[in-house]
Design a protein around this ligand. Structure first.
Ligand SMILES: NC(=O)c1ccc[n+]([C@@H]2O[C@H](COP(=O)([O-])OP(=O)(O)OC[C@H]3O[C@@H](n4cnc5c(N)ncnc54)[C@H](OP(=O)(O)O)[C@@H]3O)[C@@H](O)[C@H]2O)c1
Length: 274
């Protein structure tokens, strides 16, 4: 048995490898990374490392040789045209290497989105379907990290959270929950063949909830002010993706509810406040 993870050196990748180490022998895990010279963390844990650069298509087939299950963690490149080409390289190599099951970190409710990012994930899913390789799509919702764009330290300092007026609800998730679910699926992937999961929070949150959570963390009242004039790129992006649909898929895979908003933002706020 060989379970390979691309992008293993990233934040999600590390957490997935940790989750796998709690479930299966380290010898079964293969960390596929762009820079194998910086892979001490994996070696210390008995996890083998292979070079895997999405921009080096000729070397990818070798990286996936003998792999039964492969998780493609979507590329972090800024240009979605480049990302699509990179994903195509991985899919082609997986097919040539006769990988038995290809899993992919897609985007939740991508069909309801109108940003290039949503099209990229749908196009990658289509390419995987066209390859004929048995698949699982782990459609990850937006990371709760987006709250970082809302000026939380300033809100705490001033006792006021200012947000764009509108009817906003959020189905965001944290990496540790997504990673735990991905590890559970990878470790028992026959049960998830040719399935697609919408990995959202168990329940949505609103800006009122965010102000309440901040108040609890700060130990002082935080009022919410809705301002139609607030300028930030984030609102344009959020309005063109589906941040409000909720599925029970992640909760079912975890066997528990997803992290609460308070639990999710506490470490981020502490980090930002120094
Ligand atoms: N759902 C969301 O809200 C959300 C938000 C942000 C990102 N994402 C997506 O989720 C993915 C995982 O998230 P994350 O937090 O783990 O991101 P991350 O920490 O930035 O990790 C990205 C990983 O992709 C690898 N990578 C980038 N270009 C590559 C290439 N050409 N060949 C091979 N590997 C390459 C990086 O390798 P190096 O270590 O060598 O750089 C790294 O391991 C991201 O890549 C992105 O596609 C989702």
């Amino acid at each position: 048995m060989s379970i390979a993870i691309t992008g293993a050196s990233g934040q999600l990748g590390h957490l997935i490898v940790e989750g796998l180490l709690r479930r299966i022998p380290a010898e079964w895990i293969l960390a596929c990374v762009r820079r194998p010279d910086a892979s001490g963390w994996f070696e210390e844990r008995g996890v083998s490392v292979r070079p895997c650069d999405y921009d080096q298509p000729d070397a990818l087939e070798q990286a996936f040789a003998g792999v039964s299950r492969l998780l493609l963690i979507s590329s972090s490149h800024q240009d979605d045209t480049v990302r699509l080409r990179q994903h195509a390289h991985v899919i082609e190599a997986a097919k040539k290497a006769k990988v038995g099951h290809l899993l992919y970190t897609s985007f939740a409710y991508a069909d309801n989105g109108s940003v290039p990012l949503a099209h990229l994930h749908l196009a990658t899913e289509q390419a995987i379907l066209a390859s004929g390789i048995p698949y699982t799509f782990l459609r990850n919702a937006l990371y709760t990290d987006i709250v970082g764009a809302l000026g939380l330290p300033g809100a705490i300092a001033q006792g006021e959270l200012v947000v764009r007026a509108g009817d906003w609800t959020f189905n965001t998730v944290i990496r540790p929950d997504l990673a735990e679910a991905a590890a559970a699926v990878l470790a028992n992937s026959e049960a998830h063949l040719n399935r697609s999961y919408e990995l959202t929070a168990s329940r949505t949150w609103t800006f009122e909830d965010l102000a309440d959570a901040l108040a609890e963390i700060a130990g002082k009242p935080i009022t919410l002010r809705r301002d139609p004039e607030v300028q930030s790129w984030i609102y344009g992006f959020l309005s063109r993706i589906d941040t409000s649909s909720v599925s029970g898929d992640l909760e079912r895979l975890l066997g528990r509810p997803t992290a609460s908003l308070l639990e999710s933002i506490q470490p981020m706020v502490s980090r930002e406040r120094g």
